[in-house]
Ligand binder design. Structure first.
Ligand code: FAD
Length: 263
């Protein structure tokens, strides 16, 4: 049962290193302070497991600037057979809709596929929109919150938890699944990393390679845009409560009421 599996991964900025370009209101990205979106490691791990169980082919895809190729090398070391970077200056400032369009065009160019896996959300923009939007773009069914899956008799059997119930769903191929975090993922060994660099290459596809519509990418193709990004300022102060425990408890109670934290 050979399948063509595609996993979408994104390079994200390390949480404490986020910088905003004041002119474009977009994130300033640098390889030094970026890494693979942690939620995508779970999708990648499941994809590698499936690939090994079913002798399938696994392709990792990312849309981003050239520095995003770092996450593709990581995907190759973890077990992807092929890595594709969708990169073009015209893709910059894409919102989730334009991102999903570019990813969709990339996946169409790859050709026949059975399964697309995405992470649950990213740790920088964090919209959780790209998985479902990409499925719409590709016109295929999708399931979010996937905890377990296997392919039996031509359909995917999916398990997930929803509203406290265990749901078992059947989805025909091709399908897109958004993978929930699991307890652990496997990391590549030094040999895997060396093999990735010596035996693999990364393919770069731009707007022309994808035969994409320039009006559907970047700012022109985005239905939403950021008007302003303002850093959150938190004011903290420490108040010591004096007196006997009973008095302190009373004071604490009054302070909670004062701040509308107790009704
Ligand atoms: C209104 C708006 C305006 C924006 N403007 C800008 C901007 O000007 N400049 C800028 O840099 N960013 C901008 N962004 C952020 C950019 O759109 C997102 O980073 C990108 O669309 C992915 O969205 P997300 O990070 O929320 O992914 P989510 O929807 O949270 O990601 C879910 C999953 O989709 C997959 N995925 C997501 N993104 C990619 C990708 N690029 N490649 C491969 N797989 C992916 C991954 O599997 C991921 O786990 C904007 C976002 C919004 C909402």
């Amino acid at each position: 049962m050979n399948m063509n599996i595609i996993v979408c991964i994104k390079q994200v900025i390390a949480g404490d290193r986020v910088k905003i370009d004041p002119l474009t209101q977009s994130l300033v990205r640098s390889a030094e302070f970026s890494h693979i979106n942690p939620f995508d490691l779970f999708a990648l791990d499941l994809a590698v497991q499936l690939k090994r169980e079913t002798s399938s082919t696994l392709t990792a895809v990312t849309m981003g600037p050239p520095i995003s190729e770092e996450v593709l090398w990581e995907a190759l070391a973890i077990g992807a057979d092929r890595a594709i970077l969708l990169s073009d200056p015209r893709f910059a400032t894409s919102d989730t809709l334009a991102t999903s369009y570019v990813l969709g065009m990339g996946i169409r160019k790859i050709g026949k596929f059975d399964l697309v896996l995405c992470g649950m959300r990213t740790t920088d923009s964090d919209t959780a929109q790209v998985g479902p939007q990409l499925a719409e773009e590709l016109d295929i069914p999708h399931v979010t919150g996937v905890e377990r899956m296997e392919k039996k008799e031509g359909v995917f059997w999916i398990e997930r938890t929803s509203d406290g119930f265990r749901e078992v769903l059947q989805v025909p191929a091709p399908a897109l699944l958004v993978i929930s975090p699991r307890t652990e993922v496997r990391f590549p060994s030094l040999v895997d990393i060396q093999d990735a660099f010596t035996q693999s290459t990364i393919e770069y596809w731009n707007l022309e390679d994808l035969n994409a519509d320039p009006m559907k990418v970047g700012r022109d193709g985005s239905a939403t845009w950021v008007e302003a990004l303002l850093p959150l300022t938190q004011q903290k102060s420490c108040v010591f409560l004096e007196g006997e425990p009973r008095q302190q408890a009373k004071l604490l109670f009054l302070k909670l009421i004062e701040r509308n934290l107790f009704s």
